[in-house]
Ligand binder design. Structure first.
Ligand SMILES: Nc1ncnc2c1ncn2[C@@H]1O[C@H](COP(=O)(O)OP(=O)(O)OP(=O)(O)O)[C@@H](O)[C@H]1O
Ligand SMILES: [Mg+2]
Length: 273
């Protein structure tokens, strides 16, 4: 590969330039291997990805419903990716694949370079490495807001006092200190969404997958959620993958991936830092 030999020939080259060359070389190799059309989601070589979805098809009802078709998406460490597309285009299904909540019918998903084997491997990764904000929140009805956030920390953060302290700090970050002891049925939809975001951040994830995190918020609340997400991204270097219809969130992402009928049909880069 010409780019590789250039890097080898100039050992004094700036390391950043060598990384750039490696990336370009890896990318060129991938394109060579995968053929036309594969480029949409393949911005990063696998060894620089936090999550890599490769050729994933997901079907339900014995193939009668195909939710995802040959989707390939490589997400780089620390990247901020927005996933966009009409209702039913497969966005939530794609997030479910990226978190191991559901398994591909065809294809594979790599997390930090390796393919997790089975449900237990994925649930360990989800507990420690992934924060997930569900489209329908999935809060437990019998627990209050603080307990819902604490629940995510069981088995990961030792000590009830520490879990409580962290849950309170997270609820403060999403502006819900005054609702900490309310159960989901006593919260507005937007407040439930913010509890779900606090829970998603509970274990300081390296990847936050958020499914329409501002879908139920008024413009002031969605601005504060956007500020929170961008702060998490900037401060902790966490990778963000956000399904959204919100133009402002999409504009902040470094890459926007578009889906249609279960396929990744386009990607564009560049965002407002
Ligand atoms: N468990 C399931 N069984 C059968 N069909 C499913 C299942 N989950 C999803 N689907 C179908 O797969 C397609 C993609 O669904 P998905 O939830 O990923 O869409 P989406 O892009 O997230 O839509 P929305 O914007 O409305 O949330 C839809 O047609 C949906 O009906
Ligand atoms: Mg969805």
């Amino acid at each position: 590969m010409i780019l590789w030999s250039a890097a080898a020939r100039y050992p004094g080259l700036d390391p950043a330039a060598v990384v750039g060359l490696r990336r370009a070389a890896g990318f060129a190799t991938m394109l060579g291997n995968r053929g036309p059309g594969a480029a949409e989601g393949m911005r990063w070589p696998v060894d620089e990805c936090i999550v890599a979805v490769q050729g994933v098809t997901k079907s339900y009802d014995a193939g009668r419903v195909v939710a995802l078709r040959e989707a390939t998406l490589h997400v780089g460490r620390g990247e901020f990716v927005a996933i966009m597309g009409p209702s039913g285009s497969g966005k939530s299904t794609l997030l479910n694949m990226m978190s191991g909540l559901d398994a591909p019918t065809v294809g594979r998903v790599l997390f930090e370079g390796a393919e997790p084997r089975g449900r237990r491997a994925w649930s360990r990764i989800r507990a420690r490495r992934i924060g997930y904000v569900f489209q329908r929140f999935n809060l437990l009805a019998t627990l209050n807001a603080r307990q819902n956030v604490e629940l995510a920390m069981f088995g990961v953060v030792a000590g009830a006092g520490e879990r409580r302290r962290r849950a309170e700090a997270l609820l403060e970050r999403v502006g819900l200190t005054h609702r900490a002891t309310h159960r989901p049925c006593e919260l507005s939809v937007g407040e439930r969404q913010r509890v779900a975001i606090a829970r998603g951040l509970a274990n300081e994830p390296v990847v936050l997958l958020a499914d329409e995190p501002t879908g139920n918020l008024d413009s002031a609340s969605s601005e504060s959620v956007l500020a929170l997400l961008t702060e998490v991204h900037a401060r902790s270097g966490a990778t963000l993958v956000v399904v959204t219809h919100d133009a402002e969130i999409a504009a902040r992402a470094a890459r926007r991936v578009r889906m249609l009928d279960g396929r990744i049909v386009g990607a564009e880069t560049g965002g407002t830092p």
